[in-house]
Design a protein around this ligand. Sequence first.
Ligand SMILES: Cc1ncc(COP(=O)(O)O)c(C=O)c1O
Length: 374
Amino acid sequence: MTARKIPVANADLSGDEEKYVVDAIRSSWVSSTGAYVSRFERDFAGLCGARASVGVCNGTVALHLALLALDVRPGDEVLVPSLTYIATANACRYVGAEPVFVDVDPRTWCIDPEKIEAAVTPRTRGIIPVHLYGHPADMDAICHLAGVHGLWVVEDAAEAHLARYKGRVTGALAPLATFSFYGNKIFTSGEGGALTLSDPQLELRIRTLRGQGMDPQRRYYFPVTGYNFRMTNVQAAMLCAQLERREAILERRRRIFARYRERLARVAGIGLQPCAPWAEPACWLFCIVVDEKAYGRTRDELAARLAEDGIETRPFFLPLHRLPPFREASRARGEVLPETDYLGERGLNLPTFNTLGEGDIDYIAERIRAHGRA
Ligand SMILES: Cc1ncc(COP(=O)(O)O)c(C=O)c1O
């Protein structure tokens, strides 16, 4: 047992975060009005290639707000992958809709466009593709199918900040996209989220619903029932600092991924995340897939060994169609999701954060190799 502890994620706030947060505090603009909120919204929209961005208090709320703005109602169905964080499906339930699970494509680990059509029913209203572990979903194929069936599309880009699909940045690949800035994300404000979009009418609706339903043109007049889903100026201050040094952050994470890939390329039984030819994924959390037969241990056995070595890991998301809130409905629909189950049982996230050193990566890879057969 080593004294060294390597966490799976760690927020890097080493730039101007502290300076901007102090500035926000000194200005006394600590709630949701303030210069950093508008600056963040303008900068983030620009980076994503969207016309507008709306800051909110977290990524779950961003999804909830998207569904409210699209008028999703009880009885509606929304197609989502089962291999994702639970927030994607929870948001559907918040508006009374039912998440219907579609298997993932082994070439992207994202919702499989070829399996979407079979899941469409007269109640289907939309699709939420998730850019899982930073890899963009095949958005052209998904948006084409959505057009054929009259469905809306919302990108869940929580884990895919500034990833690219066919050269275009996530956040502008569908009419509406959502992001999370939780502490383990590439850009973070502790808790935080955003929507990106281009339609001015939709933006007005989202801004109204975000701020208790208040008419943006008429203070304290509330034409609809809204929510308090606002981002604070303090959260936005942290994000402004990170967006300023985004190139350094993205480059550091690309280097971490490259070194992991190089060190783990030839370890028997350890598979790596695929990358479609059209994808430039965001380097969020490095992923491996453990093949028990070839490696000699299960994913969970490897995770336990690594924990003894002081290396924290994270199993892939437990497929949502297997969890109590969703499993009965999924079973009743007869959903069979072999690719999702395969990855959900074998996938493991390795430590990925800006200050992870080359020596740490070599140590982690060496321990993974040592615990295997070869
Ligand atoms: C795919 C996905 N969607 C939504 C969320 C929810 O974001 P938050 O934790 O900021 O509410 C997350 C994670 O945090 C996520 O990974």
